[in-house]
Ligand binder design. Structure first.
Ligand SMILES: C[S@@+](CC[C@H](N)C(=O)[O-])C[C@H]1O[C@@H](n2cnc3c(N)ncnc32)[C@H](O)[C@@H]1O
Length: 298
């Protein structure tokens, strides 16, 4: 990080601390609004984005009130908070993340409000979020048994994982999903349309450097933002035994019609899978902006 960037970060941290302290003294911050110094999960309206993704989970990943939900890279509970009002007493939510202060806040502010909500710290490193942790996500086994979740979600996580980590995480998602369960993950997907928009300078994110077959914004910290070829994402899902992969295009690269900010990938674990052996991906589709779907050329 350059000196001016470091100085700006320090200044922002001090300002946030002062404002958080003032909010605590005056009691102005609502109990489920994270303090400013913890808001490292991206720009935009924190509450609105969480509610938007609950809607996507309901319409695209068959989320029901009694579902068992895993939130991979749960951050400071952007999704957990609106799920408090959606999941029934029979429903369950597990979230894990690598940032200790985020998990501490989720445990103290969110978990006490629902008996089925649990937050876990994964002691792993990431160039953008936790530099000084030695363990890599590339070999991490999620701390849950096989087939224990109906819905697995990862919002704005694969946009920060390196290829070996992403491959392992998609595989782990396939392992912990129950047969018939759905996963919904977000990515920056490199395909003909996004590449054309990138070349035309329409993208909001400057993917200017190559990192293997991926594009990144900062070669020194590839985890800051990483875009994967669509074929690679499809192959990762196939390798994890996940089926019926659909892609719902995002606005990030300058599209005028989109489902969300990032590209959303939805897939399911085949319901009839008695052998436990991953099956070939039966059908993969792009969900077009207007709601129609077309086959993805792979
Ligand atoms: C952009 S934030 C998104 C957080 C949350 N999903 C949301 O949408 O509010 C990315 C999150 O991924 C987490 N993260 C990074 N690497 C991770 C890993 N290997 N396993 C789990 N979480 C990770 C970061 O700590 C951070 O909370």
């Amino acid at each position: 990080m350059t000196l001016p960037a470091l100085a700006r970060r320090k200044l922002r941290g001090t300002r946030d601390l002062v404002l958080d302290t003032w909010d605590s003294i005056t009691g102005r911050r609502a109990p489920l609004v994270p303090p400013r110094r913890l808001r490292f999960v991206g720009d935009g309206d924190f509450g609105a984005i969480g509610r938007e993704f609950v809607g996507h989970l309901q319409t695209l990943a068959r989320l029901t009130p009694d579902a068992r939900v895993l939130d991979v890279g749960c951050g400071i509970g952007r999704l957990a908070i609106p799920l408090l009002d959606v999941l029934s007493a029979r429903g369950r939510y597990d979230g894990f993340d690598i940032v200790p202060r985020a998990i501490r806040w989720c445990r103290s502010a969110i978990a006490p409000r629902h008996p089925g909500f649990t937050f876990t710290l994964a002691d792993l490193g990431n160039g953008a979020y936790r530099r000084r942790a030695p363990r890599s996500a590339a070999t991490y086994r999620f701390p849950y048994p096989d087939a224990s979740f109906d819905v697995v979600v990862a919002m704005s996580l694969f946009t920060h994982l390196l290829p070996d980590e992403a491959r392992n995480y998609v595989r782990e998602i396939g392992r912990v999903l129950t047969p018939g369960g759905h996963c919904l993950t977000t990515w920056f997907v490199r395909n003909a349309q996004s590449e054309a928009l990138l070349e035309a300078g329409r993208s909001a994110i400057a993917f200017t450097a190559a990192h293997g077959e991926c594009l990144v914004t900062d070669p020194a910290v590839p985890e800051a933002a990483i875009a994967y070829p669509q074929a690679t994402i499809m192959a990762m899902h196939e390798g994890a035994g996940l089926d019926a992969v659909t892609l719902h295009p995002g606005a990030w690269c300058g599209r005028s019609r989109f489902t969300s900010g990032q590209d959303i990938v939805v897939a399911s674990r085949p319901a009839a899978d008695p052998s436990g052996v991953p099956r070939a991906v039966a059908g993969s589709q792009i969900a077009r902006d207007n709601g129609t779907t077309v086959d993805v050329a792979r």
